[in-house]
Design a binder for this molecule. Sequence first.
Ligand SMILES: *Cc1c(COP(=O)(O)O)cnc(C)c1O
Length: 379
Amino acid sequence: MAQIPFEPESRQAPASRQLWHSFPALREALPCAGLAELPTPVDSYPQLAADRCSALFVKRDDRIAPPYGGNKVRKLEFLLGHAVADSLDEVLTFGVAGSNHALATAVCAARTGLRSISILTPQTNSRYVASNLLMSLVAGAELHYYRSQRVADAGARFQVLRHRRRRGKAPMVIPGGGSSALGTVGFFNAALELAAQVEAGELPEPDFLYVALGTMGTVVGLQLGLRAAGLRTRIVAVRVVHENIANTVRMAALADTTLSLLRASGASLPAGLFDKLPVIVRHDSFGAKYAVFTEEGMAAIARAANHGLKLEGTYTGKTFAALLKDLDSGSLTDKTVLFWNTYNSFDLKPWIEGVDYRQLPETLHWYFENPVQRLDRLP
Ligand SMILES: *Cc1c(COP(=O)(O)O)cnc(C)c1O
């Protein structure tokens, strides 16, 4: 089995993060683990835009850090930076069986020299669930699977105690999706990074930024950062999780705690930043359930693939479907549009080839021994 390179020597404190330019005090106050290769590029997709908008760009967070990219790396830079600064040696987090966040935590923890524990719960079966589980195994994560969130919360409390008893220190607990105030700072930085790219002429100021809305750290951090940078870009947040997770009340609460953290850490930012040019939330791409693919999302994935853009059915396909709907209806004519690609596009195959799923806890074998959802079956 391949091992995730343990690279304490090659991994150095990052030379630069955009938020340090605008808010120098944050460099000391919010340690950064330096996991990402920043800035991520912005690519133009003229054929995909055709004449339906003035330009279509993609922010390439899918390539943010080999061997596993995607949006969670930005949050983990600050979450794991804190764990290291606090001399912790373990982190514990939550997710569904195929959670990208749980996997990103496992991989980034291994790269940082930390141990990781994932508390997992059931989800609809897809092919990516199996690959993500195998990759978590390769990264050396300790996996626990519980049949419901309620049981998982009790299980997590038990694991925290067990690890504290065994190692003398409790693991740092990271919420699902990494969307604490501290994790959200990673996307505050991402918006400042985008503003610098606009300033440098890499792209015009986007009119609209399309991005998936899950545990909301991505959208909340981007919104705070765009407003802090003085951009007028409107975020179109495409909801891909149940409304009890993503809703305006919880979004405002996360914006509040994140803004408080930034201000307490020495960034001079005005209150009320989040409500200027407010986030537009879209509910029309979600479909039946979290991680259940939609016909519309699959069609969007196929259209994107024709132009070399690799998306998936749980987050980015549904988000891109909303963007295509608006392109096709003519409502984006003359607009500059940015799609934030939040999914990993590095191939996991070389890492997981030949890894035996029976090394996983037995309750997780179900995902390898049962069919995937209809829309995920190979043609
Ligand atoms: C987690 C995730 C999202 C959603 O980000 P949040 O910050 O949880 O809203 C979007 N896309 C992908 C691929 C993800 O894994």
